[in-house]
Ligand binder design. Structure first.
Ligand code: DX5
Ligand code: ZN
Length: 230
């Protein structure tokens, strides 16, 4: 598959998208883990970037994304949980990200950053922490390719799904056009994915449920079957 610059989400129009989060993979064998996920039917690879400031955890930086870019043509969906998204957007774009989602809480210039992502030829996503109201999106809602509603507090994999985020998903879906994607991230399993889909989500990030499963194909197949392929 050729790498297509531009909004990669347009390539999944009308489809539900399964996005395994590498955060839960075996980092000693990350290339093999990506292959396992893609062979099992993953649509994109979700990359969780944590800077130890915006969230207390540390994960990976631009050199890692650069290595992943050399290894795979798969869409790299990079979720940056960082206090300085303006600085890091440039670096992750250079490293080869296809789409970057930053946190609305981390910047006063979200619209500028979305425009910058457009100029760089990347998909542009904006994320909300659980405590952030949908109204925070008002200035950027028309410009984004994707909104990520966090369904756990960002920072760690393996947390319990927050059911009170379902109303927020419904509210955000009501604000979006049909070509804009609504992603959920955190605590996604065969049950919670259905609830999120019914509330209007169409891109599903799952870490533990996929990479910690005994059979990754069964895990991704189960998620896909739970929500249907489109
Ligand atoms: C949390 C990350 C998630 C996380 C999801 O800050 O953004 O992508 O890896 O992990 P699970 O699916 O294990 O809840
Ligand atoms: Zn994430």
């Amino acid at each position: 598959m050729d790498i297509q610059r531009g909004n990669p989400w347009a390539g999944f129009a009308g489809r539900r998208v399964i996005a395994p989060s590498l955060l839960a993979c075996d980092f000693a064998h990350v290339g093999r883990e990506i292959d396992r996920a893609l062979d099992a039917g993953a649509d994109v690879i979700h990359v969780d970037v944590m800077d130890g400031h915006f969230v207390s955890n540390l994960s990976m930086g631009p050199p890692v994304v650069g290595s992943l870019r050399k290894y795979t043509d798969a869409v790299l969906d990079v979720h940056i949980m960082v206090t300085d998204p303006a600085f890091y957007i440039e670096r992750f774009a250079d490293a080869g990200a296809d789409s970057i989602t930053f946190h609305i809480e981390a910047t006063d210039e979200a619209l500028v950053l979305i425009e910058r992502l457009g100029v760089l030829g990347l998909g542009a996503g904006v994320s909300l922490r659980p405590a952030t109201e949908p109204e925070a999106l008002s200035e950027v809602i028309e410009a984004v390719d994707l909104v990520l509603v966090m369904t756990v507090e960002p920072g760690y994999g393996g947390q319990e799904f927050m059911y009170d985020m379902l109303d927020k998903i419904t509210a955000v879906r009501g604000m979006l056009r049909s070509d804009q994607r609504l992603q959920v991230d955190g605590g996604i399993d065969n049950d919670t994915i259905v609830r999120c889909a019914r509330s209007g989500a169409d891109v599903f990030v799952a870490g533990s449920n996929i990479f910690r499963a005994d059979d990754i194909a069964e895990a991704i197949g189960g998620l896909r079957q739970a929500v249907g392929s489109n």
